[in-house]
Design a protein around this ligand. Structure first.
Ligand code: GLP
Length: 249
């Protein structure tokens, strides 16, 4: 393997491992009086990890007061409180249940006027830098190898920007919407280079549908056609898999 992997019997165990790694980082930063900058992902993959972090907050006294978050991506256009927005997802699954300072939460804004998107993306990158860079980036992976909404063909140099979603991605995500035509055609996403600047990267993948793309990302050549394979360029990236997602390795 060109990227280290950890394989767990099921997504619950893998998610607990990821949550423990995050909690440990938060606590060690706390002990040093430092903030902890997390890059966060949405989708079905990280749900169980967020549930575990919420449990650790409620039962084990894990505090998020020193945590600053930057989400990977958001549909465009979308209302912040729409059922399908990633903003709503993050509040429902994590932020509403922990003690994070709301001003430390950053999510690309699906509501801004088109002419302001460029400046919004530049400002997003600047805020990440001003926070000291991302200490740990959480990722899922799309069936086509996308990370964030960096679809195949995204440049390794890409930064936060407006992108067009692949038809396959719109179909894969259409179950969240009433109808495929309701799935936004665009999104704002951190770029590949934004992601690769994170000090550590944890990519999670569960289930048989991800096995083929996991194998390509971890073992095949680095190619912009499989965005997750670009993580081979990062020396602190780790794939956390369940047995079925690891079946082709
Ligand atoms: C979505 C998100 C990605 C996510 C991926 C996989 O479109 N933009 O950040 O990793 O697709 O989704 P899921 O976790 O539901 O399989």
């Amino acid at each position: 393997e060109k990227i280290p992997v950890r394989i767990y019997p099921d997504l619950k165990e893998g998610s607990k491992f990821a949550a423990r790694e995050i909690a440990e980082l938060i606590r060690s930063k706390q002990a040093a009086g430092l903030s902890c900058v997390l890059g966060l992902a949405t989708g079905s993959t990280p749900r169980s990890m967020y549930a575990e972090l919420v449990r650790m907050h409620k039962e084990d006294g894990l505090s998020f007061r020193n945590v600053i978050t930057f989400n990977l991506d958001e549909y465009y256009p979308i209302e912040n409180d729409a059922l399908q927005s990633y903003n709503r997802f993050m509040h429902t699954h994590l932020f509403d249940h922990i003690d994070i300072d709301p001003k430390n939460i950053h999510i690309p804004n699906g509501e801004i006027p088109k002419e302001e998107i460029k400046a919004h993306c530049v400002a997003y990158e600047r805020m990440i830098e001003e926070a000291g860079g991302i200490d740990l980036q959480v990722l899922g992976i799309g069936n086509n190898g996308h990370i964030g909404f960096n679809e195949p063909g995204s440049s390794i140099m890409s930064r936060t920007r407006l992108v067009t979603l692949d038809t396959s991605t719109r179909i894969a995500n259409s179950h969240e919407f009433a109808n495929i035509s309701d799935v936004p055609r665009l999104a704002i996403t951190m770029g590949i280079s934004t992601i690769l600047k994170a000090k550590r990267i944890l990519l999670m993948a569960w289930g048989p549908a991800k096995a083929a793309v996991v194998q390509k990302s971890v073992e095949d050549n680095i190619t912009e056609q499989i965005p997750a394979s670009l993580l081979q360029q990062h020396n602190e990236s780790l794939f956390i898999l369940d047995e079925v997602a690891a079946a082709d390795l």
